[in-house]
Ligand binder design. Structure first.
Ligand SMILES: Nc1ncnc2c1ncn2[C@@H]1O[C@H](COP(=O)(O)OP(=O)(O)OP(=O)(O)O)[C@@H](O)[C@H]1O
Ligand SMILES: [Mg+2]
Length: 368
């Protein structure tokens, strides 16, 4: 028998007293040692879900399990989890060591053990030399590390992190990402990491649950979410996508014929991953293609590709890459991205016309 999940939500819901349904029947399992991200727009229920895991919010329905045991009715301080909050306020009148050891002293852990564990937790976040400092004499990144140590000192089985990097500037945030992943691998405990930053989730997590309006829309590893999103919402929330509204004309024998105003008739074959669950003839779908998959050519592309003639309307420079926005024949907006270090001729002036094209297998069909 395999080990039970480190943490599980079973049909977990939260409706607040004012009627707001913040979390709506969420079911998911987080494996021991997994780096798991909850990703979604502001207000989608990420913090509420995390607070139910921690026991700080009482569910309106469903269960929370930790290592296979029902924890729904267990008090927060009796759960083997700990949480790093969105605003990781430290006690300003206590030293770093005092902050980290506070929870243990409340729990009446003997002085000698307390000191050993505080030292261990500070070492884990590479702050062993800062125990005597006061919080206002620390940088933002150092304060963040102390907040982490404060959560780790209780040796939780699962660490819940609510946007722990959001208060840091971009460079520090990038450095802390790598550090958090290293720490998680070293500790071997499950991390549940809340963010609304897709790059953060994609670069750090083993798996990501994409949430919208209290529900999990898709749960998968980063590559699957990007290459095979299951809905318009996920396709546009994770990365950029060009979407074309379309209609299923025929769906038989593993092939699907789709009519779209912008692209005309598109015939796609392919695995069950692409076509599974696709609507029958007459169903509305969207066709999606990622901006980096679109070629820009002066010559007409070969017939096997999907192509449109389009006019450049906007160029946006991003340092590492450039984004070209085109208008297609039916007014469709099509965005193309190219790394600036790459070669190839590029349109340079608004009004330039190009053939935009991509392979049929680069199309993602979205039924939802
Ligand atoms: N105590 C409360 N009473 C009523 N509604 C609440 C309460 N706390 C949160 N909500 C509502 O529940 C929904 C989910 O809130 P939550 O804080 O979980 O979102 P979030 O995904 O963490 O957002 P953000 O990214 O902005 O932190 C929101 O509509 C919010 O206004
Ligand atoms: Mg939140």
């Amino acid at each position: 028998m395999s080990a039970p999940p480190a943490l599980a939500a079973r049909e977990l819901s939260k409706r607040f007293a004012d009627g707001t349904l913040a979390v709506d029947r969420v079911s998911l399992e987080i494996a021991p040692g997994e780096f798991f991200a909850l990703l979604g727009p502001s207000g989608c229920g990420k913090t509420t879900l995390l607070r139910m895991f921690a026991g700080l919010e009482i569910p309106s329905g469903g269960r929370v399990e930790i290592q296979g045991a029902d924890m729904t009715a267990v008090a927060p301080n009796r759960r083997p989890v700990n949480m790093v909050f969105q605003s990781y306020a430290l006690f300003p009148h206590m030293t770093v060591a005092g902050n980290v050891g506070y929870g243990l002293s409340v729990a009446r852990v003997p002085e000698a053990e307390l000191r050993t564990r505080v030292a261990e937790a500070l070492a884990q976040v590479r702050m062993e030399d800062f125990g005597a400092r006061m919080p206002d004499a620390l940088s933002g990144g150092q304060r963040q590390r102390v907040a982490l140590a404060r959560a780790l000192v209780k040796r939780p089985l699962v660490l819940l992190l609510d946007e722990p990097l959001s208060a840091l500037d971009a460079a520090l945030r990038a450095a802390m990402r790598a550090e958090l992943v290293r720490l998680q691998r070293k500790l071997g405990i499950a991390f549940v990491f809340v963010t609304h930053d897709q790059d953060e989730a994609l670069s750090m997590a083993d798996r990501i649950a994409v949430m919208d309006a209290g529900r999990v829309r898709q749960l998968a590893d980063p590559r699957t979410l990007y290459d095979a999103p299951n809905s318009r919402f996920v396709a546009t929330f994770i990365g950029k996508a060009n979407l074309f509204e379309a209609r299923v004309a025929e769906h038989a024998q593993g092939r699907i014929r789709i009519e779209s105003d912008a692209l005309g008739t598109v015939v796609l074959g392919g695995g069950p991953g692409v076509l599974g669950g696709m609507g029958a003839a007459g169903g509305r779908v969207a066709l999606a293609v990622r901006p980096e998959r679109v070629a820009m050519d002066e010559d007409e592309p070969e017939a096997a590709r999907i192509f449109v003639r389009a006019r450049l309307v906007e160029i946006a420079y991003y340092g590492n890459e450039t984004e070209y926005a085109f208008h297609g024949p039916t007014g469709a907006r099509i965005v193309v991205r190219r790394p600036n270090a790459g070669g190839g001729t590029r349109p340079s002036a608004e009004g330039d016309e190009r053939w935009l094209s991509w392979r049929a297998e680069d199309m993602i069909v979205l039924a939802d």
